[in-house]
Design a protein around this ligand. Structure first.
Ligand code: CO
Length: 213
């Protein structure tokens, strides 16, 4: 195994995993090959240290996953909104989770003055959020706490962004789902903290309400 290329290690581990799964449950793959009925949509950060299934103890078939840098819900992101619409209207998920994490490099970068190319554009909405909450954030004593405060505010903002979409409002009205959960994962202790929640019927600012869904 010593001379094996790093990517070949992944393929070898994959074979081992598949063999183990079949040993435990001979129908595992044939069952999943036909249908997926996940109850959860996960919108998380791309960070390699925050794997949705591993940190929640979930199995293949249980979570529909979308990840991007700093777990953002941006109106013009066709990728995210395709995932959202499919998860809500076709998979009929009951819960949408936005999971950020403390020490997020994306959030740190948005608080920094270094230019990083196209990522500047991606992170712009976090800069806006920073500016909006600057007094609250700057009152934290350490740089780490300042970042982590903005991490939490960012997750709350993305939950609000979800509630402003017609897809979520329509499902709330007609189907009494999904519940929205804002979580933050701790890289230091592996624990997820709930920072906000929204349920069907919760009031949002009337400016964002659609009344003909
Ligand atoms: Co991150």
């Amino acid at each position: 195994m010593e001379n094996i290329n790093s990517y070949e290690k992944l393929l070898a581990a994959n074979k081992e995993w598949a063999t183990e799964e079949i040993k435990k449950d001979p129908d595992f793959f044939s069952r999943l090959a036909h249908i997926q009925t996940p109850e959860f949509l996960w919108i998380g950060c791309s960070d390699s240290r925050v794997p949705a299934d591993k940190i929640t103890g979930t199995q293949p078939g249980e979570i529909f996953v979308h990840r991007n840098i700093a777990n953002l819900v941006i109106d013009t992101d066709v990728n995210l909104h395709s995932v959202l619409e499919y998860a809500i209207n076709f998979l009929k998920v009951k819960h949408v989770i936005v999971c950020g994490h403390y020490g997020c490099g994306g959030v740190k970068a948005a608080m920094d003055k270094h230019s990083l190319g196209i990522i500047n554009n991606w992170l712009r909405s976090i800069k806006d959020l920073y500016k909006f909450h600057q007094i609250e954030i700057e009152s934290e004593t350490t740089d780490e706490n300042k970042t982590n405060k903005l991490v939490e505010l960012n997750v709350k903002e993305q939950i609000l962004n979800l509630s402003k979409t017609s897809v979520i409002q329509k499902a709330w009205k007609n189907d009494l789902r999904p519940h929205l959960h804002g979580w933050v994962y701790g890289l230091n202790d592996g624990i997820i903290k709930t920072v906000c929640e929204m349920s069907p019927g919760d009031k949002i600012d009337p400016v964002y309400e659609f009344d003909d869904l």
